[in-house]
Design a protein around this ligand. Sequence first.
Ligand code: HEC
Length: 134
Amino acid sequence: MLRGGCENEGVKTFWQEIVAAAVGVVLVGGLAGMVGCKVPPSPKPINELNKSELLGRTVFQSRCGVCHNDRKDEPRHGPALVGVFKKPTLPSGAAATDERVTSTIQHGRGLMPALGDTVDPDDLTNLLAYMHSL
Ligand code: HEC
């Protein structure tokens, strides 16, 4: 009888291990899922951009492209701006908002030159629209 009890316990432990393993798999799977969510979605394909976003792309290419990549996650002179508005914060840690990005464009930051009012307000609106599509 006693021996049987021990075997039973052994069996219990075995099942507990299975359950623990299953929970582990679910947890690890869940974590991987969460990590997956943190990868920024890829930019909207160029052929799906609306008029404003397309105009913004030309502004980006003439005013920002020398120093920033827009569609690939590799730094140039400045950080890559792919997914810039899809991440909660800018590379500096500041909130990724239109206001903050506009202020960075107008006032500059570190090695990034201030563009002041040299970006036309319409161009700026389109540029922000394009950056939101990244
Ligand atoms: C001459 C190169 C240069 C040009 C042109 C330039 N940038 Fe930058 N940019 C940089 C550098 C360098 C940084 C990193 C600044 C730092 O954090 O010290 C930067 C940083 C940024 C950041 C991140 C700011 C933060 O808070 O982390 C944004 C957003 C940005 N640039 C947007 C733009 C946009 C939009 C344009 C075009 C209108 C532009 N930049 C043009 C060099 C440039």
